[in-house]
Each structure stands twice: as C-alpha cells, then as structure tokens.
Design a protein around this ligand. Structure first.
Ligand code: ATP
Ligand code: MG
Length: 233
C-alpha cells in the first residue's frame, strides 16, 4: 500500500446558480486503496464527484491531483492525468453493443490488451459482447461502465453508486472486484450500501448538507453513534 496522496481536495465549494451545495469540503485519497463518500440523498455526493472531474466549476477551494493543481483544468485534461469517472447515471451508450462500448472506452487507452483485461475482471461481459448495452441487467451495466472507465487506465477511479439498481446477488461480486482493484489504484466510492462501502474503503467521509460531518478510518466511522443520524432521511 502506498501512503502517497494522489488526490487532495481542500475547502471546496460548488453551487448550481445561486444555490450552494458544497461547503468547504476537504478530502484526500492515497495512490492505492479506496475512500468512501457517504451521505443521505441530496447531501452533495454526486456534486462532489462532478466537481472533482470538472463537470461543475469549483466556486472556491482547490483540487490537487497527481501533483498538479487541477482546480481549473478542463475535464479531458484531468482524465489524461489519470482521473477516471463512472457517473451515477447514463454511464454507457444504451444503443451500442457491449463490444462497441468497450471499443469507445479503449480509444484513449495506451494499452491494447485493455479489453481482455477488463473482460477477465468481469467475465459476464464477455458472454454479452454483441448485446445492446441498454438491454443489460443493472449489474451488467454497472460492470460495463466500470470497465469502460478502466480502459482509460485511470490512477484514480471516481465511482458514483456502483451498486445502484443492482440485484443483491450481484452486489457482492462487484464489491469483490472493487476490493481487488483498490489494491492497484485509488478509488473514491459513493455508495448507499453502508456495509459494502465500509468494507471496500479504508477511510470514509460523511457529507451532511454539503459539509463533511464525519471522517476517519472506516472501522471508526462504522461505530460512530452520529453516523445513522447523518444517513437518516
Ligand atoms: N443540476 C442541478 N441544478 C440544481 N440543483 C441541483 C442540480 N443537481 C443537483 N442539485 C441539488 O444539489 C443537491 C445535491 O445533489 P447531489 O445530486 O449532489 O446529491 P447526492 O448526495 O448525490 O444525492 P443522491 O444520493 O440522491 O444521489 C440537491 O439538493 C440537489 O437537488
Ligand atoms: Mg448522487
């Protein structure tokens, strides 16, 4: 495991028009291992992911990534530095086949063996190469979305709800793959399944109305009496 900091978000603020959603958020991720971002619906988790990737402009604060100040870099440049992103929604091209989705994902990758490697991680996709992505099960679609992001060979993967809409029997399979992946790269995972999130991630941040309300090692967060209050609707 490396302790070197890959992502360092400090005092980050973001807004939609006049409505501020993130307030002075701080978050760091080491070069390997996962950190979880928790919080009830509307807490600002997706907004935080989109601000880190550059889809939403930071109003204030800084985002350092891979030794660079990335706060004002365009999204493509952040991607080129090694920031990968699996959005909560619309992460695959529904009308393209699995094979075509992977081919598009592989465009930016330097390594030609990438598709074989992601199919080794998610063998189920290999059985569905000709199928339109829009007809995949929820779990298969998430696997395809993660695979596409991995083909860009990210140093850090931002995962926004990778098990949302996934059948319970497949959730553990995805969690397993993420645990293995976190041995090699950095992951920031937004996840509603608390046990899953805390089992994949070594550290966790809990957002409450756009502010970091709790942070620390997953084992401590799990036992913190305030946790359920911050997650309750
Ligand atoms: N495009 C937008 N325009 C205006 N407000 C928005 C927009 N997107 C999100 N918001 C608001 O920002 C707040 C945070 O939303 P966000 O999607 O970041 O929450 P979240 O923690 O990801 O929630 P969920 O668990 O439901 O995915 C919410 O109040 C939401 O209504
Ligand atoms: Mg969200």
């Amino acid at each position: 495991m490396s302790d070197e900091t890959l992502l360092e978000v400090s005092d980050l603020c973001a807004a939609y028009g006049r409505s501020q959603v993130l307030f002075d958020v701080g978050l760091t991720a080491p070069a390997r291992g996962a950190v979880a971002v928790l919080g009830r619906n509307g807490a600002g988790k997706t907004t935080l992911m989109k601000t880190i990737i550059g889809e939403i402009k930071a109003g204030r604060g800084t985002i350092r990534f891979a030794g660079r100040d990335a706060t004002h870099l365009p999204t493509e440049q952040r991607a080129r530095l090694g920031l990968g992103y699996v959005p909560q929604e619309h992460a695959v091209f529904a009308r393209l086949s699995v094979r075509e989705n992977l081919a598009v994902g592989a465009l930016g990758g330097r390594d030609r063996g990438g598709v074989d490697r992601v199919l080794a991680i998610f063998p189920k996709l290999g059985e569905r190469l000709s199928q339109a992505a829009g007809t995949l099960s929820g779990g298969e679609r998430k696997m395809l979305a993660i695979s596409r992001a991995l083909l860009g060979e990210p140093k850090l993967l931002l995962l926004d709800e990778p098990t949302e809409g996934v059948w319970i029997g497949v959730i553990e399979e995805i969690a397993d793959r993420l645990r293995a992946l976190a041995q090699e790269i950095a992951i920031v995972i937004v996840e509603q399944h608390l046990d899953l999130a805390l089992s994949v991630a070594g550290r966790a941040y809990v957002l409450d109305r756009g502010r970091v309300a709790l942070e620390g090692p997953s084992a401590e967060i799990r036992d913190d009496p305030r946790l359920l209050q911050f997650l309750a609707p």
